[in-house]
Design a protein around this ligand. Structure first.
Ligand code: IPM
Ligand code: MG
Length: 352
């Protein structure tokens, strides 16, 4: 098949992991006889430096004409001025919103090959396989805001409508049906009105999915149980901010934040795919970054936007193969580590 992919390398380690991911996709194209056409565009700090805005219109135009977006990471200390009007992260939020990508899928697996490295005891990690479904275009990220400016108060608003909760809940229940049929919905219904609505709206959707068991969990206790009994979770549904926090926490289960991919989907097959981690400016340009999160995101793109399941599985198997051989970037190494390029080479050799 022929597919158009918008590549957004962004900032920090973004360009390095994008180059690695492109090599893997090129290998997939050769092996399976596809043609991937890449359109590289600006987002985040790199876009601010060159155009003054974090999401230039040319980027949106390129993305609108493509089948999927593959994004690396945005942000860095040089754009961190809290009083600045333009921030790299605004570009990311705006592109998610522009394409109506309300469902963010973040799978978290414990890799047996990394059990010696993971901070949690190996027996706790056995069988860990969680799918986070994070609401991505609503909640406190998009509610009305008041900056402090010259004054002493500022506020953000956590707002959800029943429809916003229910459309993402349907995604989570359908995913649970294809997995182990258990859904944990995360809220803070004991304190927040928006989260009482969340709980009620999810319970209503549950009526359509009698084969799935539903547990409501308060976010604080859920945060603890994710570390004390991670293997008991199947699908975890959360709002925008709680999903952001819990998915970083859960990356500990996978060994490193560098391992986690994500897919952001809307009503159709179009999607935005990005690693869960940020731009890691402290190691940018040094060939130390772990490209796994972005390469697994590309696999999710093959699966969901391009409907190339065998190709997606081949990429995932190649990563597991490289890990089983002992290939380790610095973030997952107990002792010897290899560079981003060498690690990518190990993946490519399994893919061949
Ligand atoms: C993520 C990131 C973003 C978010 C930031 C960079 C705005 O942390 O994708 O998890 O909070 O959504
Ligand atoms: Mg985050």
């Amino acid at each position: 098949m022929k597919a158009n992919i918008t590549l957004l390398p962004g900032d920090g380690v973004g360009p390095e992991i994008t180059a690695a991911t492109r090599q893997v996709l090129d290998q997939v194209a050769t092996k399976f006889g596809h043609e991937f056409i890449y359109h590289e565009a600006l987002i985040g700090g790199a876009a601010i430096d060159q155009t003054g805005t974090s999401l230039p219109p040319e980027t949106l135009k390129a993305a609108e004409q493509s089948d999927a977006i593959l994004l690396a990471a945005v942000g860095g200390p040089q754009w961190d001025d809290p009083t600045a009007d333009v921030r790299p992260e605004q570009g990311l939020l705006a592109i998610r919103k522009h394409f109506g990508l309300f469902a963010n899928l973040r799978p978290v697996k414990a890799y047996p090959a990394l059990s010696a490295f993971a901070p949690l005891r190996a027996e706790l990690l056995e069988g860990v396989d969680i799918l986070f479904v994070r609401e991505l275009t609503g909640g406190i990220y998009f509610g009305q805001r008041q900056e402090a400016g010259e004054g002493d108060t500022a506020h953000d608003t956590m707002i959800y409508s029943r429809d916003e909760v229910q459309r993402v809940a349907h995604v989570a229940f359908r995913a649970a049906q294809k997995r182990r049929k258990s859904l944990t919905s995360v809220d803070k219904a004991n304190v927040l009105a928006s989260m009482r609505l969340w709980r009620r709206a999810v319970a209503e959707v549950h009526e359509d999915y009698a084969d799935v068991s539903l547990q409501h969990a308060l976010v604080d206790s859920c945060a603890m149980h994710l570390l004390t009994r991670p293997a008991s979770f199947d699908v975890v549904l959360a709002g925008n901010m709680f999903g952001d926090i819990l998915s970083d926490e859960a990356s500990v289960l996978a060994g490193s934040l560098g391992m986690l991919p994500s897919a952001s989907l809307g009503a159709d097959r179009f999607g935005l795919y990005e690693p869960v981690h940020g731009s890691a400016p402290d190691i940018a340009g040094q060939g130390k970054a772990n490209p796994t999160g972005m390469i697994l995101s590309a696999a999710m793109m093959l699966r969901y936007s391009l409907e190339l399941e065998a190709e997606a599985q081949a990429v995932e198997a190649a990563i597991e193969g490289a890990l089983a051989d002992g290939a380790r970037t610095a973030d997952i190494a107990v002792s010897d580590s290899i560079s981003t390029g060498e690690f990518t080479g190990a993946i490519l050799s399994h893919l061949r």
